[in-house]
Design a protein around this ligand. Structure first.
Ligand SMILES: [Zn+2]
Length: 262
């Protein structure tokens, strides 16, 4: 979700009209470029869902709103279960009873999840990215006493308790639901789409885009072994472009005359 969230925010402002190249491909290729140069957003950059007075893609906005709510609610539940309350320290003045004050440094610990109130969005102001990081941290038992012991660290009391098993299951279920919403909205779920109006530059056959969240996208030509394209065939004998070859195919499709054998 963290890697696709930016793409979903862009999609909200992009009309769902047929565009070239298909959004699934441009997302994938842009992501590859981002991975290469480690351009991924910093953990707490507020890549937040803004007010959209006129969203161009309502289904993308709907998915983003639902995913945000799912993750924020999940972070609230996990924090309520395992986040240690803020420490209080005694303040003593001679001749006066001991008073207790909130430990400001502990309260301001950036690893804490802060609940929303009527006047303060709390950690929600940092957006989905931070909520996802927080949930992942709890699933990995980060900053727990067990982790401190394993690392032979002697810090103060651990900020989080171990996540109970039923909440770990719940967090994984919510993450899966959110993932399906994001992938579906970006059309990155498993599907095959015929590329309209742009036939194979080598044989004029019909091209099909295959997407699947588990594997890289690919494009196949329907003609089979008779197609003269310089691409390896898949198990059905269809010329197949995948990975870096997709870039070459997109270039050839944008300049149809250059690639044609005929
Ligand atoms: Zn072909």
């Amino acid at each position: 979700m963290r890697t696709q969230w930016g793409a979903l925010l862009v999609a909200i402002e992009t009309p769902p009209a047929p565009t070239w190249p298909p959004a699934q491909l441009s997302t994938h290729l842009a992501q590859q470029a981002a991975d290469d140069v480690e351009l991924l957003v910093a953990d707490r950059v507020p890549l937040t869902l803004r007010e959209h007075p006129a969203p161009a893609n309502l289904s993308a906005l709907d998915a983003a709103v639902r995913v945000e709510r799912l993750l924020f609610d999940a972070a609230d539940i996990l924090a309520a279960a395992v986040q240690r309350p803020v420490e209080r320290r005694p303040i003593s003045h001679p001749g006066r009873p001991v008073a207790w004050a909130v430990d400001q440094a502990d309260a301001a610990d950036p690893r804490r999840w802060l609940y929303a109130s009527a006047t303060d969005p709390g950690s929600r102001q940092h957006g989905l990215h931070w909520a996802a990081m927080f949930i992942e941290g709890r699933l990995l038992d980060e900053d727990t006493e067990a982790e401190q012991r394993a690392g032979a660290l002697t810090r103060g009391p651990a900020l989080f308790a171990l996540l109970p098993e039923h909440l770990a299951h719940e967090a994984i279920r919510v993450a899966g639901q959110a993932e399906r919403l994001v992938l579906g909205a970006l059309e990155l779920d498993r599907r095959e789409s015929v590329i309209e109006g742009r036939p194979c530059p080598w044989c004029s056959g019909e091209l099909t885009l295959h997407t699947d969240p588990q594997t890289a996208p690919s494009i196949t030509c329907s003609t089979g072994p008779a197609c003269t394209a310089p691409a390896a065939p898949d198990r059905h004998g269809r010329r197949t472009w995948v990975g870096a070859e997709l870039v070459e195919l997109l270039v050839a499709l944008d300049r149809p005359a250059a690639g044609r054998a005929a």
